[in-house]
Design a protein around this ligand. Structure first.
Ligand SMILES: [Fe+2]
Ligand SMILES: [Fe+2]
Length: 274
């Protein structure tokens, strides 16, 4: 079996609709491109588009779970066991194997929860950025890009969806999100712990890994979609991020990156309207 499995070759059946992230970002139906003004607000059950919004978000979570499983599995396989820069220690592989088990369970929960919410596999599209970040040739960069940046985002998304389930009076949604959130905190913590362990004597490698995390974080602040403003659709989950090994300054930095991304989108929108 080959090492580093390319993103184009991921196995999917005919139900999955894969699109490019660029296509998704430039979709004329999205609020940012509609020129109708910024209509991003927090997803609450009283909004008319709440059900569709929640289903779309849940489908996004589901395809993310599939790719998180694939990415963690690849990290067990793609590297020889060892402590070199192009190797992965046995204990790290054990953590990734545990993560595979969690993500496989999350895939099953997500499919069933999606059905409960009234949607099915393929009703929304799949973009493969999570798996793409899991193809980095340095295992530490995989851990900062996937476990810290993207699964950090998953913490924010699960927490927001959990609160949405509470508000909507839907205990199935609330508890499913709560269980998956608990696992994600563990996965992000693995990323934080391994980053510190593997780069303890290599400040250059740590800097590269944190830079990769920053690039992914900014990209997936999704134009301010995730942030700490009252109307940010996805709220930055400070407490859970602390539990996952983020220092307060790191959380402040993500918050600042999100505001930056939000201002950039707003400036582009105003320029387009003018
Ligand atoms: Fe997961
Ligand atoms: Fe995860």
């Amino acid at each position: 079996m080959r090492k580093i499995h390319p993103v184009e070759d991921l196995a999917r059946d005919a139900r999955f609709q894969r699109i490019d992230i660029q296509e998704r970002v430039n979709d004329a139906r999205s609020p940012d491109n509609s020129r109708r003004g910024r209509i991003k607000v927090r997803l609450t059950p009283d909004r008319t588009e709440a059900s569709d919004g929640a289903r779309s978000l849940m489908h996004g979570i589901f395809v993310g779970e599939v790719q998180a499983l694939e990415g963690a599995g690849r990290t067990c396989w793609d590297f020889d066991t060892g402590t070199g820069e192009d190797e992965a220690p046995f204990e790290l592989k054990l953590d990734m194997a545990r993560q595979c088990w969690d993500e496989a369970r999350h895939c099953e929960i997500s499919v069933k929860l999606g059905e409960w919410m009234g949607t099915a596999i393929g009703e929304f599209s799949e973009t493969t950025f999570l798996y793409a970040a899991a193809c980095n040739p340095d295992p530490v960069l995989r851990l900062t890009g996937v476990n810290r940046a993207l699964e950090g985002l998953a913490i924010d998304v699960f927490n927001t969806m959990r609160e949405f389930g509470q508000l909507a009076g839907d205990p199935i949604l609330e508890f499913c999100e709560d269980w998956m959130l608990a696992d994600e905190v563990t996965h992000v913590k693995m990323g934080s712990d391994w980053l510190r362990r593997l780069t303890a004597d290599d400040p250059g490698r740590r800097a590269r890994a944190l830079e990769f995390q920053k690039v992914v974080d900014k990209l997936f602040s999704l134009g301010g979609f995730r942030g700490e403003e009252d109307d940010s659709p996805i709220q930055l989950a400070r407490r859970f991020r602390e539990l996952a090994g983020f220092a307060e300054e790191e959380i402040d930095e993500i918050s600042a990156l999100s505001s930056e991304a939000r201002d950039e989108v707003e400036a582009r929108r105003q320029a387009a309207t003018a």
